[in-house]
Design a protein around this ligand. Structure first.
Ligand code: A2H
Length: 253
């Protein structure tokens, strides 16, 4: 972790249908006219076209926090504290948790993924999600994130073990960014470095660094409104567009 604050983009993934256990936990606690969002923090807003699922840590604790009269966020307590003090909630400094929910109980929830080719994606488990970073929610872009690609591959391989439907982990991976080596950089690097599971931490770290550098400095957008533009140039534009549309907001830590 660096000394400078990280400037994340927090994306609003609206809940369309709760997994049964989560539905039980929140029963009667949210007003009929309010929306609930899973809120992942990302450093790569320009890749949001390629979202295929949304990860939570199955063993982490999440809360449902009131952000305003009409909006509630599913995030960690830690994320909620940061947001409260960054003036993101309607009442600055006030943390209003209306329910607790375990990560594992969120698995299977159907959410809307802003900007993605896949409009609706599922919440899936990822053991390596850290409680100590961001919101504890991570949106999955397997085309450009080696961690995400390794995890969706694992989930598709062992769907029964993870208690999910195989098809939830098998959404098509669409190329988003062209680099000198590939237009599916994460799958390319995972194969090249012979990464066989999300537990190959050392190789994944290497893949992550390579993907980040090449994607950021040499990548060109293949899709979306900024197709043909360099990633460096498109990144802030996509971010601004999402924020203006009310689909995301700035979050830092
Ligand atoms: B990134 P940094 Cl396409 N635990 O978003 C584990 N990982 C987390 C997290 C948590 N609590 N919160 C956020 N992250 C992930 C997109 C992406 C990301 C791509 C490529 C690389 C990449 C789609 N997933 O990150 O330690 C989120 O995944 C590579 C580092 O603060 C977030 O951006 O630098 C990134 O890690 C933030 O990590």
């Amino acid at each position: 972790e660096g000394v400078l604050p990280q400037e994340y983009t927090a994306l609003k993934l609206k809940v369309l249908e709760w997994a049964p256990q989560a539905a039980e936990s929140i029963k009667g606690k949210i007003p009929e006219d309010a929306s609930v969002f899973l809120v992942p923090a990302t450093l790569r807003p320009e890749t949001m076209y390629g979202q295929t699922c949304c990860f939570v840590g199955p063993n982490l604790n999440y809360g449902i926090f009131k952000a305003s009269e009409k909006e509630y966020f599913v995030i960690t307590e830690r994320g909620a504290k940061n947001m409260a003090y960054q003036g993101i909630f309607a009442q600055e400094g006030v943390i209003d948790k209306i329910a607790d929910v375990r990560g594992t109980d969120l698995v299977g929830t159907l959410v809307n993924a802003p900007l993605s080719f896949h409009k609706q994606v599922r919440v899936l488990p990822m053991d390596t999600v850290l409680a100590t970073k961001g919101t504890g929610v991570v949106t999955s872009v397997p085309s450009d994130s080696p961690d995400d690609f390794a995890m969706v591959t694992e989930l598709a391989k062992k769907a029964d073990f993870y208690g999910i439907k195989k098809e939830w982990a098998e959404l098509e991976i669409i190329p988003i960014i062209q680099t000198p080596t590939s237009d599916l950089l994460a799958p390319y690097l995972v194969k090249k470095l012979k990464i066989s599971s999300p537990k190959d931490a050392k190789q994944l770290q290497e893949a992550k660094e390579l993907a980040y550098k090449e994607g950021f400095y040499q990548g060109v957008m293949k899709v979306g409104e900024f197709a043909g533009e360099k990633v460096e140039v498109a990144k802030p534009k996509v971010r601004e567009q999402l924020i203006k549309a009310g689909l995301a907001f700035a979050y830092s830590e």
